[in-house]
Design a protein around this ligand. Structure first.
Ligand SMILES: *Cc1c(COP(=O)(O)O)cnc(C)c1O
Length: 427
């Protein structure tokens, strides 16, 4: 693909983009009277303008019905989570029985570990990525301790090779083979939050299964960003948050996937609550937990309807646009960002700014991670001041993620132009 660093070119791409209409379906922040360039959909997605309607609808139902809304509301609250299932299943490539919206990401992962991390004296190791998202790391450490094990003996971290930024899949596979006799679980961020590296989850799952281990993924950076196919990849379990690429509001209800071969097995141990109990008998208030079949059997508490209404607003947009169409645009938009960035930076050979995200589009999503070499965070602060909302990840990386739902080619062009003027004035 040959791009051009010009406003005319960017505008032409936008004019040809069938998804360009979605930009205006979101609120774009205005900070200091200026509409900013928003590239942090990988951290918190923008608010769909429709969100307010969805919330108002449930507020009206509550006002009208009080407790009766559980059964009398147009979307009865007792089963409200069910209306989120089809859209969520499409985003992660699952059968509907394999998906449920509930809880929050790290909480869901802990619940999944209760069921799927069952260390024995022989098999107790977990293979994972080095420098994983801290919450995931704390999950692994505390799960190990929960079983009376030493995290340093449990967690096998796969690092990039010396002088490299990315993890080579062949190194993961050889670690799986090396530790195969003692391996319980392969657990990775499907897409690394820091580098933006997208892993081949099907391949990792196959390798884990071949050696008698299970495979689970944190999809925080993958869900809503790249199409997924969890069922066919044979992934055992996964969880994701919905406030990043899925635009459902800060800290909102998350998603959980359990492959049907496990979901149909109600004898699998889990932590129970009434919402995971046989729904025909839920209100009989009896003893003896009897889990529902499928992912719903991992639910604990009744559904937070207001948050779920926001998620419904967002999933409806995804269903209309289609994750595969979004991916097509995303591939172009991120390749344009890469082009613009390199074009600008090459004009300033004194500066060392380097993209560490894979250059292969199949191994990345929307995000590019830019490493600052020889500069410090003040560079990022200036970028922010100039109206570019990206984010800084310690010690030295700026993450920029054009979201195909609401970012345009012109946004990317303007990013380049801001970067250019910043670098021109730097010294
Ligand atoms: C964003 C993110 C989280 C956040 O976890 P919460 O439980 O939603 O606070 C966890 N893991 C990864 C990989 C993330 O990117």
């Amino acid at each position: 693909m040959t791009h051009e660093n010009s406003l005319a070119y960017a505008k032409k791409q936008d004019a040809q983009d069938p998804l360009a209409v979605y930009r205006d379906k979101f609120h774009h922040p205005v900070i200091d009277d200026k509409q900013v360039l928003y590239f942090t959909g990988n951290s918190l997605g923008l608010q769909p303008k429709s969100a307010r309607e969805y919330i108002n609808k449930e507020l009206d139902e509550w006002a009208k019905w009080g407790v009766e809304g559980h059964f009398e509301a147009e979307n009865p609250w007792v089963s409200y989570h069910e209306i989120l299932t089809p859209g969520s299943a499409r985003l992660v490539g699952a059968n509907e029985s394999e998906v449920v919206c509930m809880g929050s990401l790290t909480n869901n992962l802990h619940l999944l570990f209760v069921s799927f991390y069952k260390p024995t004296t022989k098999r107790f190791k977990i293979i994972s990525e080095a420098k994983m998202f801290p919450s995931d790391r704390y999950l692994l450490e505390t799960q190990a301790r929960h079983h009376g094990l030493d995290p340093d003996e449990v967690i096998i971290e796969i690092s990039p090779r010396d002088g490299e930024y990315l993890i080579r899949e062949e190194d993961i596979i050889s670690a799986i083979e090396e530790h195969s006799d003692e391996l319980s679980l392969v657990f990775f961020g499907g897409m690394n939050y820091f580098t933006g590296q997208l892993f081949d989850m099907e391949k990792l799952t196959k390798a884990a299964h071949k050696h008698g281990a299970l495979a689970g993924f944190d999809l925080a950076h993958a869900a809503g960003n790249v199409p997924l196919d969890l069922h066919n990849w044979d992934v055992d379990f996964a969880a994701w948050c919905t406030y990043k690429y899925i635009n459902s509001s800060a800290g909102n209800v998350a998603g959980l996937f359990v492959h049907e071969r496990h979901g149909n097995d109600t004898s699998i141990n889990r932590f129970g609550g009434w919402w995971g109990h046989n729904k025909e008998r839920r209100f009989l208030m009896e003893n003896s937990f009897e889990p529902m079949q499928g992912a719903e059997g991992w639910q604990i508490s009744n559904a937070p309807v207001m948050g779920m209404a926001l998620l419904k607003a967002s999933l409806d947009i995804f269903d209309e646009a289609g994750i595969h169409h979004l991916r097509e645009k995303s591939l172009q938009l991120t390749s344009y960002l890469e082009f613009i960035f390199n074009d600008v930076v090459n004009q300033f050979p004194d500066f060392q700014l380097e993209i560490i995200t894979p250059s292969d589009p199949q191994q990345r999503g929307a995000q590019l991670s830019i490493k600052l070499i020889g500069t410090d965070k003040s560079f990022f602060d200036k970028l922010t001041k100039a109206g570019v909302i990206s984010d800084f990840r310690s010690p030295d990386v700026i993450r920029v993620a054009p979201a195909p739902l609401y970012n345009s080619f012109e946004d990317v062009y303007q990013f380049g132009s801001t970067l250019h003027s910043l670098l021109s004035k730097w010294r």
